[in-house]
Ligand binder design. Structure first.
Ligand code: GRG
Length: 308
């Protein structure tokens, strides 16, 4: 076990989840999200159907670690909304019959089960472009340069992270993947978006010309990649050891689909050790920057100790 958190991280997560949900709801109040009803209902269903909002919490914790100035908090919440849209669309697509073919997501029928395949694909498409659009149209205090940096960070995470990660994940099913292959898949499909969420918090939190910016982003990125891989290792472990009700998605799917997972390659105990070691390394990385990183460390510890 890693050191016990001395702040209530579950309460922190719950407060941030409420803030992000409220921000997302406000965004969707606009008339343009009412018709066609089928499309926007599918989008809202997938965005508001649970979700721990861990990526948003990491984004906000990074922002709060870097500045006391709350004037850009609303823009940081818009960055969180963008991140949650990319994440939600990736889950919709991941559940499709052509991908992981799962009927259940966050304890409810997956989007294509509730709305049909065509609507689910289009809801994902809408969310992906909306994720970029809101960074341009719904941020008010950050500079044009910061907007571009946010867009660059997130579009890179999906073009060179999630999408290649997903294709490798599908490719390696039923093939003998090595540990390195598995680390690569986890880095791309999971860790890149987690890293990007943290980097977005730094982009909004720091001024473009802040002297610590480059150094902070370098170490925060390494932290993000390490906890991102740890996140995926725990996901693989939970798929094998937990139940469908706790997970809110069908457990045991990885084995059924012969996926390349950490427990299948190095065993459960070694996989657990790897996740904890990565978290220690990630937290050590934060020692290299002179900012208050307590919250980020507590979130990293939460990630490896989580049960769903
Ligand atoms: C983004 C263009 C674009 C395409 C998507 C389908 C796909 C390409 C990528 C799949 C990526 C994927 C599903 C990775 C798994 C990541 C993961 C462990 C998700 C679970 O995250 P949690 O536990 O989920 O944070 P909640 O429900 O809490 O939000």
């Amino acid at each position: 076990m890693l050191t016990k958190p001395n702040i209530d991280i579950e309460q922190y997560l719950s407060k941030k989840k409420d803030l992000v949900d409220e921000h997302l709801r406000k965004l969707f109040q606009n008339e343009e999200y009412k018709e066609p009803k089928e499309l926007w209902e599918a989008v809202k269903y997938s965005l508001f159907n649970g979700g721990k909002r861990i990526r948003s919490a990491l984004c906000l914790a990074t922002y709060e670690s870097l500045t006391d100035d709350t004037s850009r908090l609303n823009d940081c919440l818009t960055a969180c909304a963008s991140i949650e849209m990319i994440h939600a669309m990736s889950l919709i697509h991941d559940d499709l019959p052509a991908m992981d073919d799962d009927d259940l997501r966050r304890g409810k029928p997956s989007c294509h089960k509730a709305f049909g395949e065509a609507t689910a694909i289009l809801a994902g498409d809408a969310m992906l472009s909306l994720a970029t659009q809101i960074l341009i149209g719904q941020t008010h205090e950050i500079s044009e340069c910061q907007k571009l940096e946010l867009i660059n960070t997130l579009t890179k995470a999906f073009s060179f992270g999630l999408v290649p990660g997903q294709i490798l994940d599908l490719y390696f099913a039923d093939k003998s993947a090595t540990l390195n292959d598995t680390i690569k898949i986890a880095t791309l499909k999971t860790a890149e978006l987690i890293k990007a969420s943290i980097v977005c918090g730094a982009i909004v939190g720091l001024n473009t010309k802040d002297t610590i910016k480059d150094k902070a982003i370098t170490h925060l990125s390494t932290f993000g990649l390490k906890i991102g891989v740890a996140f995926q290792i725990i996901d693989d472990i939970l798929d094998k050891t937990s139940d469908t009700k706790t997970l809110g998605k069908t457990s045991g799917k990885d084995e059924e689909q012969k996926k390349a997972t950490f427990p299948s390659i190095i065993g459960l105990n070694e996989a657990k050790k790897m996740a904890f070691d990565l978290t220690i390394e990630a937290n050590d990385e934060l020692e290299k920057i002179t900012i208050d990183t307590l919250l980020l460390k507590e979130l990293a510890n939460y990630i490896v100790n989580r049960i769903n």
